[in-house]
Design a protein around this ligand. Structure first.
Ligand code: HEC
Length: 131
């Protein structure tokens, strides 16, 4: 298990260092969330995406995520879901350590870049309605 000190440091680093690209693009974020090539979020989640026929039911709806969470909390969750909850089945999209069975082409690379994570955060912040 991750030591809590390391976890706190990782979260502090995420919260205290908003870099230049900190303004994400919500339209790009929506594409990452809904397409199967990148985020695969809808493998587990469902939400207000009427054009998507197949959505998951292993995780809470993304509807209202922008009301329940602020940008820092969303960023922390997407970057390192297992840092928040070691038992989470949600992938830690921004970390490269602690991953197992990674195909050689993907070793050392996060699933989403920091800029892509900011795009996803910007999109989730627009999901303020319940449905
Ligand atoms: C393999 C399944 C899976 C995938 C893929 C996944 N998630 Fe999750 N997600 C979960 C689960 C399960 C939870 C509930 C908390 C937990 O168990 O960690 C969760 C929690 C969340 C939450 C908090 C929900 C709330 O309001 O309580 C957000 C926001 C979220 N995920 C966003 C995303 C985004 C964005 C993506 C894609 C980039 C994604 N998730 C991909 C399984 C997944």
């Amino acid at each position: 298990m991750m030591s809590s000190a390391r976890c706190v440091l990782a979260l502090l680093a995420l919260l205290l260092a908003p870099p230049a690209w900190a303004q994400g693009d919500a339209a790009r974020g929506r594409a990452i969330v809904t397409t199967r090539q990148k985020g695969l979020c809808l493998l587990c989640h469902y939400g207000p995406f009427p054009e998507e026929r197949f959505q998951g039911n292993l995780a809470p709806s993304l509807a209202g995520a922008g009301r329940r969470w602020d940008a820092a909390a969303l960023r922390a969750r997407i970057t390192d879901s297992q840092g928040l909850n070691p038992d989470s089945i949600m992938p830690s999209y921004g970390v490269t350590d602690r991953l197992r069975d990674v195909a050689p082409a993907f070793r050392g690379k996060p699933i989403l870049t920091e800029a892509e994570i900011e795009d996803v955060v910007a999109f989730l912040l627009t999901l303020t309605a319940d449905e």
